[in-house]
Ligand binder design. Structure first.
Ligand code: FAD
Length: 463
């Protein structure tokens, strides 16, 4: 008789947990996964997927406007939030079922319960049952950070609630400077909501390339999104009419229908029983792992957002695959967190891979910067003034392209393909030798033959 109930017990049925459980189940291992909310996790239920559906919804207002220059007359338009929510919920239900059937097909035991560690091999379930496992994989993800010390903070929503609002507010204030705050500001604005983005620092998207940041802020302001920098909220009062009055550090205030916090995410490690098993955490509450995703307890592993490495769905899935290779296939594999392509689904969109100009200038002595800023063809007839920006950051010595950044329509799609070129460490010469695809916006990426300027030991030269 086996010593444990399971070979592998996975806590958390999100991107990372489901992939690991399915792969191990497919190998004939005895696997169970516990999920306390809904299978698919943050990405499917209240992250990437519903967000992208909202992004699509929010883009129609500009499409309607732009169509006039191409000869179209669009009749009176109106937007029904409840239709969007209903259709989005139907799609999410479909995806959740697909996740469940994928697990089922791999003979994984699906447990709808919260799981907590009782010791290094024992898990207590919220159903009252206790199970044991030889190995445990923690993939519990994270949740939105709240603003506990803010008077009136209980009136704020987070991205979780934004997906289920009963009605669309007339106005919203979003606090945060990361991609989630920026994306939601664009979503709400596109849906016709009077939108303010509030950030305590001097610049939003601080880890992105400077041209992407500046270009996006300019475009967002031009379309009417109010961006307030170097300010925070000091108090929120709910008024008799249900509106929220928000006071700022600078002494000013605004009245809005909703306040959304997008001020970061915290690991879901509270009440997980990590102490019972002796699993170590960082100061921020994330689980500490080695380069193979193993915790300090040798039969317990952790992947995905809970480890606070690179918090993206494909990264959680990649870490799951590496975990399976390492643990069940006798092929120790470290997750590779270098050169990860990513996007900000703002309007215009940012697509980026590799190092920003600032980060590259800390690593390389000499850089060549190739930069183009132009009005894309589709905006010549639409009349929209929005600029597209493309930028390649090249190590002058090796000629390797170490960063590629695009602001404009379909930038995310371009970043995925640029990711292959950067991962392969292709040189600028390979870009130059590549024939342009005409007419496209992306052709600019292979026709920037002369550097716009150079950077030598961190200082800009010429251009
Ligand atoms: P999760 O997907 O969060 O899954 C963890 C699961 O564990 C959850 O379902 C949770 O309910 C469950 N759980 C927690 N504690 C327990 C417990 N004790 N017992 C049982 N179950 C438990 N990434 C991208 O790549 N692209 C994007 O465009 C993108 N957009 C995003 C937009 C938003 C608004 C948010 C919030 C995130 C977005 N992300 C995006 C990030 C992405 O969703 C996460 O990186 C990814 O979901 C992490 O996967 P995970 O497996 O680590 O955790």
């Amino acid at each position: 008789m086996a010593q444990y109930d399971y070979d592998l017990f996975v806590i958390g049925g999100g991107s990372g947990g489901v992939r690991a459980a399915r792969l191990a189940g497919g190998m004939g291992k005895r696997v169970a996964v516990a999920e306390e909310y809904r299978y698919g996790g943050t990405c499917v239920i209240r992250g990437c997927v519903p967000k992208k559906l909202f992004v699509y919804a929010s883009q129609f207002s500009e499409h309607f406007e732009d169509s006039a220059g191409f000869g179209w007359t669009v009749g009176e338009t109106s937007f029904d939030w409840s239709v969007l929510i209903e259709n989005k919920d139907r799609e999410i239900d479909r995806l959740e079922k697909a996740y469940r059937s994928g697990l089922d097909g791999a003979n994984v035991t699906i447990i709808d319960a919260r799981a907590e560690l009782a010791d290094r091999h024992t898990i207590n379930l919220s159903t009252g049952e206790t199970v044991t496992a030889e190995r445990i994989l923690i993939a519990v993800g994270g949740k939105p950070r709240l603003h506990d010390s803010l008077p009136g903070g209980e009136h704020c929503i987070s991205s979780n609630e934004a997906f289920h609002l009963n009605s669309l507010p007339k106005s919203i204030l979003i606090e945060g400077g990361g991609y989630i705050a920026v994306e939601f500001a664009n979503i709400f604005h596109g849906l016709g909501v009077d939108t303010t983005l509030l950030y305590r620092g001097p610049e939003i998207l601080k880890n992105f390339d400077i041209d992407m940041r500046h270009g996006l802020v300019e475009a967002m302001q031009a379309k009417g999104i109010n961006i307030v920098l170097n300010e925070t909220m000091t108090k929120i009062d709910k008024r008799g009419d249900g509106q929220l009055e928000v006071k700022f550090t600078g002494g000013t205030s605004v009245i809005v229908g909703e306040v959304m916090l997008a001020i970061g995410r915290v690991a879901n490690t509270q009440g997980l029983g990590l102490d019972n098993a002796g699993v170590e955490m960082s100061k921020s509450g994330a689980i500490t792992v080695d380069e193979f995703s193993r915790t300090n307890i040798d039969n317990i592993w952790a992947i995905g957002d809970v480890t606070d490495r690179v918090q993206l769905t494909p990264v959680a899935i990649h870490e799951a695959i590496c975990f399976i290779e390492t643990v069940f296939k006798d092929n120790p594999t470290k997750p590779d967190h270098e050169t990860v392509a990513t996007a900000v689904f703002s309007q215009p969109e940012i697509g980026t891979v590799g190092l920003s100009e600032d980060d590259a200038s800390k690593v390389y002595d000499a850089l060549e910067i190739y930069r183009a800023s132009f009005r894309p063809m589709r905006h010549t007839l639409s009349g929209r003034q929005e600029k597209m920006i493309m930028k390649l950051v090249v190590d002058a010595k090796s000629r390797v392209v170490v960063g590629a950044h695009v602001l404009g329509p379909d930038a995310g799609e371009m970043a995925q393909v640029l990711g292959v070129a950067l991962k392969a460490r292709l040189t600028k010469d390979a870009f130059d030798q590549t024939m342009a695809l005409h007419p496209s916006a992306a052709e600019e990426l292979v026709t920037m033959y002369q550097p716009t300027y150079r950077i030598s030991k961190g200082e800009r030269v010429g251009g």
